[in-house]
Design a protein around this ligand. Structure first.
Ligand code: HEM
Ligand code: HEM
Length: 146
């Protein structure tokens, strides 16, 4: 049975891996740089640069869900809260990410804090939105359901 909002497997892997990699690299830098956990290993410029590049790839993945997944998801009337929630977080992460590069120095501290708080919220909502269905599908398979 085809389910509204279900992605082809290449796209699901691309979206899940790139969003997780972007969120994890951001979280590692956050731990190292803001919370001084293993600061020299986690809070260094390489991790920040890796996060910047993975963020670009994550935005490419976001672009791939816009034409079909959003429309199908809306029609299915399921997961609206997490779907719109994570979409809004991603848009806000894009803006705050751009401000981190090009914004005025005077507001940088506030932007950094806003960016990582939104990032952590996005990470949590994304796990619920996209990995829970995979989990349910695996459980269905174990039960021999279609
Ligand atoms: C209006 C916004 C959105 C709605 C209403 C929505 C709705 C849905 C629904 C109903 C499913 C379950 C499909 C199934 O069980 O087969 C789903 C799965 C999923 N969604 Fe969304 N979604 C939205 C936005 C997004 C965004 C922005 C992303 C990416 C950042 C995303 C990534 C995913 C992924 C990776 C899955 C799992 C795919 C799969 O198992 O085939 N969604 N979504
Ligand atoms: C797709 C979504 C995201 C985009 C577009 C994005 C973009 C960016 C950009 C452009 C930077 C600046 C990189 C640099 O200065 O070289 C940055 C920094 C950062 N991001 Fe993200 N990011 C995203 C998601 C996240 C997530 C999910 C988290 C955390 C859980 C996060 C945490 C951070 C942190 C802690 C910094 C360092 C801020 C600083 O101290 O300069 N980001 N992000």
């Amino acid at each position: 049975m085809s389910r509204l909002g279900k992605m082809p497997s290449w796209q699901r892997s691309f979206v899940v891996i790139s969003m997780l990699a972007c969120s994890m690299s951001g979280s590692l830098y956050l731990l190292g740089h803001e919370f001084q956990v293993q600061r020299s290993a986690l809070g260094n410029h390489h991790i920040l640069a890796v996060h910047g590049v993975l963020a670009m790839i994550a935005i490419l993945a976001l672009g791939s869900v816009l034409p079909f997944h959003l429309k199908a998801g809306l029609k299915s009337k399921k997961k609206w809260f997490s779907g719109f929630g994570q979409l809004s977080f991603l848009v806000a992460l894009l803006f705050t990410g751009a401000l981190l590069y090009y914004g005025p120095v005077e507001i940088r501290e506030g932007v950094v804090m806003t960016h990582w708080v939104l990032g952590v919220l996005f990470f949590i909502v994304f796990l619920f939105h996209s990995l829970l269905p995979l989990n349910i599908r695996l459980t269905d398979k174990q039960k021999g359901m279609p």
